[in-house]
Ligand binder design. Structure first.
Ligand code: ZN
Length: 160
């Protein structure tokens, strides 16, 4: 299914619309939100168990979801800071420090993006994406260091 002809594209669009119309937003399940902020953590708290029953998750995805739900909740412990002079005490729940967590890694992510932007050469360039066949993804996932290195080598040799 794809974009080889207008007919197949039309079918694809109809199927996609039909599928997306059946999806209920977690925000709607939570009763809708008309005010205030919604945190990704709240969506995970509300929806993760149902999602995990419906879809097969990798260990990494499951671990990340658990970290996001536990981040700054107190489940990961806490730290206590006491002022030497006035003895004011500040107790803060520990963050998860998972690189995918938007609750505690947003600042680090922005710094990383800024650092990558600084590396971009001020010249015209093409953005090229190399993908792997779906059949190889489990193999690549379990051998990421070796196979991503090979993918990068093959990609660069293809372009040069
Ligand atoms: Zn976190």
């Amino acid at each position: 299914m794809g974009h080889k002809s207008l007919d197949s594209t039309t079918i694809y669009v109809h199927l996609t619309i039909g599928k997306t119309m059946t999806v209920v937003s977690p925000l709607d399940k939570m009763g809708g939100l008309n005010c205030g902020e919604v945190y990704i953590q709240q969506i995970f708290d509300f929806s993760f168990n149902d999602y995990a029953v419906q879809f097969q998750l990798s260990k990494e995805q499951e671990k990340t979801a658990i970290f996001i739900m536990a981040c700054k909740s107190g489940d990961l412990g806490y730290s206590v800071n006491v002022c030497d002079k006035c003895y004011h005490t500040d107790v803060r729940n520990n963050s998860c420090r998972n690189r995918n967590c938007p609750c505690c890694q947003a600042v680090q992510k922005e710094r990383w993006i800024d650092a990558r932007k600084a590396e971009v050469i001020d010249a015209p360039y093409f953005h090229v994406v190399f993908t792997i066949p779906a059949e190889l993804r489990p193999l690549v996932y379990t051998n990421q260091k070796l196979l991503y290195s090979l993918l990068h080598d093959c990609s660069s040799k293809t372009l040069l």
